[in-house]
Ligand binder design. Structure first.
Ligand code: S3P
Length: 189
C-alpha cells in the first residue's frame, strides 16, 4: 500500500512537471547534490551537477577556474553550462550556490525548470562545509563570517525559487520526501 502511494505521488510529480527539469538551489552545504541525486533516483530521472559539468567543460576544478581566471569567468561558464543542461533531457540539476544569484541564469531557470531552494541555518551549513575544503569562497580566515554574509545577501533571492524546503539533520530520505510532497501538492509560486 505504502509502495502504491509512493508511486502515485511520483506519477503526480512527473505529470505536474510536464517535462520540465528540477533545479536545486541554495547555499554551500545545503545538500543540493546529495538530495538532488536521491530525488532523481526517486523520480527515475537523470541527475546532473552543474559544477561537475563546468569542470568537465573547462578541464579544471572549480577552484582552479577561480584561481586562474577569476569569479566572473566562472560565472559566465556557469550560465552557459546551466542553459545547455536545461535545453537537454528532463533531469534533476544541482547548481552551485551562486548560480541562482545571477539574473540571467535565474531567468533561464525560471523559464525552463521548477526550482527548489534547500534552505538551512548557519549552524547546519557550517557543520557540513567544514568537512570539505575545496570551496574557493571559503578559503578565508573566517569562513563562518562569509557564510553569515551570504545567508543575509542571498536568502531573499533564493526565496524566489518555486519551492522552499528546509534542510535539516535528518536522513536524506526525509528531505527527499519533503521535496516530492512539495512538488506533488503545493502550488508553485
Ligand atoms: C559557489 C558555490 C559552489 C561553487 C563555487 C561558488 C557559491 O558550489 O559553485 O565554489 O558562489 O556559492 P556549491 O554550492 O555546490 O558548494
Amino acid at each position: 500500500m505504502a509502495r502504491a502511494n509512493k508511486s502515485t505521488t511520483v506519477d503526480t510529480v512527473l505529470e505536474r512537471l510536464q517535462g520540465r527539469s528540477i533545479v536545486m538551489v541554495g547555499l554551500m552545504g545545503a545538500g543540493k547534490t546529495t538530495i538532488g541525486r536521491r530525488l532523481a533516483q526517486r523520480l527515475g530521472l537523470p541527475f546532473a551537477d552543474a559544477d561537475k559539468e563546468i569542470e568537465i567543460a573547462a578541464g579544471k576544478t572549480v577552484q582552479e577556474i577561480f584561481e586562474d581566471h577569476g569569479e566572473a569567468y566562472f560565472r559566465s561558464g556557469e550560465a552557459r553550462v546551466i542553459s545547455r543542461l536545461l535545453d537537454g533531457k528532463q533531469k534533476v540539476l544541482a547548481t552551485g550556490g551562486g548560480a541562482f544569484m545571477d539574473p540571467g541564469t535565474r531567468a533561464i531557470i525560471e523559464q525552463k525548470a521548477v526550482s527548489v531552494w534547500l534552505s538551512g541555518d548557519l549552524a547546519l551549513l557550517m557543520k557540513r562545509v567544514r568537512r570539505k575544503s575545496h570551496r574557493p569562497l571559503l578559503k578565508t580566515a573566517d569562513p563562518e563570517a562569509v557564510m553569515r554574509e551570504l545567508i543575509e545577501t542571498r536568502y531573499p533571492t533564493y526565496a524566489l525559487a518555486n519551492h522552499t524546503i528546509e534542510s535539516r539533520d535528518v536522513p536524506h530520505a526525509c528531505i527527499v520526501d519533503d521535496v516530492v510532497s512539495a512538488l506533488a501538492e503545493r502550488q508553485s509560486k
